[in-house]
Design a protein around this ligand. Sequence first.
Ligand code: HEC
Ligand code: HEC
Ligand code: HEC
Length: 127
Amino acid sequence: MYNAKAVITGILIFLVLCTSPFWASRTGKDYTKTGIVLPKDEKNCVENRDFMRAEHMRLLNEWRDEALRRENRLYTATDGRKWNISLQNTCLKCHNNYKEFCQKCHVANSVYPYCWTCHIIPGEKNQ
Ligand code: HEC
Ligand code: HEC
Ligand code: HEC
């Protein structure tokens, strides 16, 4: 007979190893390791930080659709605050260090949004 305990332990270790990239990226998600610079004068984002981390791309899509398809330029956040729907005048007003915030994290994650052929990054020429 084989040793059931050892086999089960083995399987468990195997599972943990296989799935570690998955849960390590869920739980310990430490974006601060990418060295992003957060706005200094503001404490809160439009929505809470976890939501922003996970959903900002979808939020931006929603904003664009609201603004362009429904002509609605006002976003009411979960906490009731109202925001002007604008990538440049809202998001990038607070996150005015594009290089050290958006771009730093995107490069670390190999994401290259194509927005900046049209939208302007503050402090830089449109390029
Ligand atoms: C081909 C040019 C182009 C590209 C590329 C582009 N946009 Fe836009 N976007 C526009 C134009 C034009 C408007 C309308 C501006 C207005 O009416 O105020 C707009 C409006 C928006 C708005 C709502 C209003 C505002 O001023 O912010 C959001 C949000 C937005 N875009 C997000 C994005 C995001 C995110 C990307 C990249 C994934 C992107 N756009 C890529 C041209 C572009
Ligand atoms: C009023 C200022 C302000 C505005 C407007 C704003 N942010 Fe933020 N944002 C912050 C602050 C401050 C934080 C970090 C602190 C927090 O919210 O807990 C943050 C956090 C984030 C994060 C998470 C960063 C991390 O730590 O992982 C993302 C992504 C983000 N914002 C994107 C956006 C986008 C996209 C928009 C526009 C839809 C936007 N922000 C609008 C101030 C702002
Ligand atoms: C903490 C890390 C982080 C920060 C900070 C961050 N992003 Fe992102 N962003 C990501 C990741 C990761 C993705 C890709 C996620 C996916 O594809 O599901 C992404 C995707 C996007 C996309 C969609 C790109 C595409 O091709 O689908 C847009 C647009 C975007 N981010 C805009 C911004 C803007 C604007 C800021 C700064 C205000 C910002 N992001 C800050 C991590 C970040």
